[in-house]
Design a protein around this ligand. Sequence first.
Ligand code: CA
Length: 223
Amino acid sequence: MRLLLVEDDRPLSRVLVRGLAEEGHAVDAAFTVAEADESLSINDYDLIVLDLGLPDGDGMTLCQEIRAGGSQIPILMLTARDDVLDRVGGLDAGADDYLTKPFAYPELAARVRALLRRPSNAMSPILQSGDLALDPAAHTVLRGEVMVPLTPREFSLLEYLMRRMGEVCPREELLEHVWDAHYDGLSNVVDVHVANLRRKLDVPGETNPVETVRGVGYRIVDA
Ligand code: CA
């Protein structure tokens, strides 16, 4: 999933970006409200981690603006103090959850997973297509009864495709959501990862769940 982290504490930002990237997320870091606004105007994010105190404004106002624009994107707010007014204010401003500093990274990771599991379209947290099942919470993929070992990036790619089940996802969209804004590596990185994913999911004699739509992108069949 593609995340925007808005946090002006650079050492903390680095730690969070590294941790979330290790879990397979594409993370863009913004250090000011202005940078966050710019990133939000360019990219389509799946979740925002938002600090309250920023050098050129406050996270509360930014959160209200995002909601005023009609966006339902999950927002996890970071508050510096365990101040009940801040927390209530944050939730009133439209945040989905909050975390009080200082916090341990695993706690943030757990909140992020919980928020990403709460998509408007899914009643069941397990994503399923035929005998392929992806559990975002447990971070596991099963083909039938067999566990499929995936790298964090492959998992993220499959999760994105399965959340868009039945839709063709163009390469550019996958690149934007599964890799980050600064990705400047091989232009065929999406194809390479999809090829690896298809190989791992392949069961002889059965149709591969990842369908190639020639010249457009990839799709998981809604089976
Ligand atoms: Ca701050």
